[in-house]
Design a protein around this ligand. Structure first.
Ligand SMILES: Nc1nc2c(ncn2[C@@H]2O[C@H](COP(=O)(O)OP(=O)(O)OP(=O)(O)O)[C@@H](O)[C@H]2O)c(=O)[nH]1
Ligand SMILES: [Mg+2]
Length: 383
């Protein structure tokens, strides 16, 4: 077995209450990727696997763009959308490299936020909820939506909203716990990084990501840490979990009376980079801290496979993937240290020279995140 394919299914797990902007976010993400502007600059295409699903999202997007009409609230029903993130042909790329990479499959679940507030109507819906959450919880990164509109509605006493938000989510997950864990066995695959994301951040134009963090810490640190404890109870190796240490601002469009400016978006271009890159640096730390391998280390390692591939282009690396934890641990740590030392640009140029697609994409993602931080849209955990 070589390091081979990195084809993966990446679930996008967005946790948000009713009206918090989930459907608009998904529509804007997909619709934006169909714009010529995106296609000119991006290294990849986002294609819906099911044409009519894709059309529905694109319709949502065009409805906002052209007639300022909004998608309907999801009632009762959840839909899972599956996309392929297909790489563009890199001119001159070597056939050998081309074979190593497969497209990324992206699954994005859109479900009614009502689910956090109301009990299911009967067993069929209950089963559907469990099924949706089961797949949501196989993602590597989760976004926890904080609704800027609700912050404004509770201006001056934001804690009322924030405490309730984290508590509802905690309770919602606790209620599903027995159904989600088979025989009570803690999960291995689980989002280990939970990012707090401010949706509709266009409503608070003067608010930067540090202020978001400060507000959450000031007003709801206790509830967030209770949520962390509950999430830790779902998983093996609960130390490998980061909840509310990363923050991002999101806005799917700029909403003005009578018009919706879909091109004025914040943070949407960080969603894929966050999903791909955020777990990496922490994961490596976690793997090293575990010392011996085991199921969790192996799983975590598989989530950093693209990075492993990236490094193998720099460092000769023997052996099948599952035996390399000990071998590459130090190189990974060393590599990550280098990454934070302005080496990204250099790697990025190097990768482009070599037409090495995975490296180009990963380093691009890394640069996107750096830009997000510079623009004060993203705040990454210091750990
Ligand atoms: N200003 C602003 N408003 C937004 C944004 N995204 C959504 N909204 C508003 O919030 C409303 C609800 O958004 P949805 O995406 O339908 O919310 P949802 O989370 O899917 O809600 P449910 O389907 O009920 O769970 C929209 O109709 C818009 O009015 C945004 O980025 N900025
Ligand atoms: Mg919705």
């Amino acid at each position: 077995m070589g390091l081979g394919k990195v084809a993966r299914e990446q679930q996008i797990a967005v946790f948000g209450e009713r009206g918090s902007g989930k459907t608009v976010l998904l529509s804007s993400f997909y619709g934006g990727a169909q714009e010529p502007e995106f296609q000119k600059t991006s290294l990849f295409d986002v294609v819906a696997d099911d044409t009519s699903d894709g059309n529905r999202l694109h319709q949502n997007y065009l409805g906002m763009k052209k007639t300022a009409s909004l998608p309907m609230s999801n009632q009762l029903k959840a839909t899972s959308y599956s996309f392929s993130v297909k790489r563009r042909k890199v001119p001159g790329s070597k056939a050998k490299n081309a074979k190593q990479v497969e497209d990324l499959r992206l699954i994005w679940h859109d479900y009614p936020g009502e689910w956090f507030e109301q009990d299911p109507n009967g067993p069929v819906e209950a089963a559907r909820r469990v099924e949706t959450f089961r797949s949501l919880l196989t993602s590597d990164v989760a976004l926890l939506l904080v609704d800027a509109q609700r912050l404004m509605d509770n201006s001056g006493e934001e804690e009322r909203y924030l405490k309730a938000l984290f508590t509802n989510l905690k309770n919602g997950l606790l209620k599903l716990r027995d159904d989600l864990l088979e025989d009570g066995k803690p999960l291995v695959m689980f989002p280990r990084v939970w990012v707090v994301a401010l949706s509709k951040s266009d409503l608070l134009p003067d608010f930067d990501v540090c202020e978001l963090r400060d507000l959450i810490v000031e007003k709801a640190a206790g509830e967030l840490s209770e949520l962390r404890t509950v999430l830790g109870g779902f998983i093996q190796a609960p130390d490998a979990l980061s909840v509310g240490e990363d923050f991002v601002l999101l806005s799917s469009a700029k909403f003005e009376p009578g018009s919706i400016e879909v091109t004025k978006r914040i943070g949407l271009d960080l969603i894929l980079p966050m999903a791909a890159m955020l777990p990496l640096s922490r994961t490596i730390g976690w793997i090293l801290a575990m010392k011996k391998g085991g199921e969790v280390a192996n799983h975590l390692l598989s989530t950093v496979t693209p990075l492993v591939l990236l490094i193998t282009t720099k460092i000769k690396l023997p052996g099948p993937l599952k035996f390399v934890v000990a071998l590459i641990g130090p190189s990974l740590a060393d590599f990550m240290a280098k990454l934070t030392n302005d080496k990204l640009d250099e790697f990025n140029r190097d990768a482009k020279d070599k037409h090495d697609y995975v490296s180009i994409m990963m380093t691009n993602f890394g640069l996107d995140l750096e830009r997000g931080e510079k623009d004060q849209v993203l705040l990454r955990s210091l750990k």
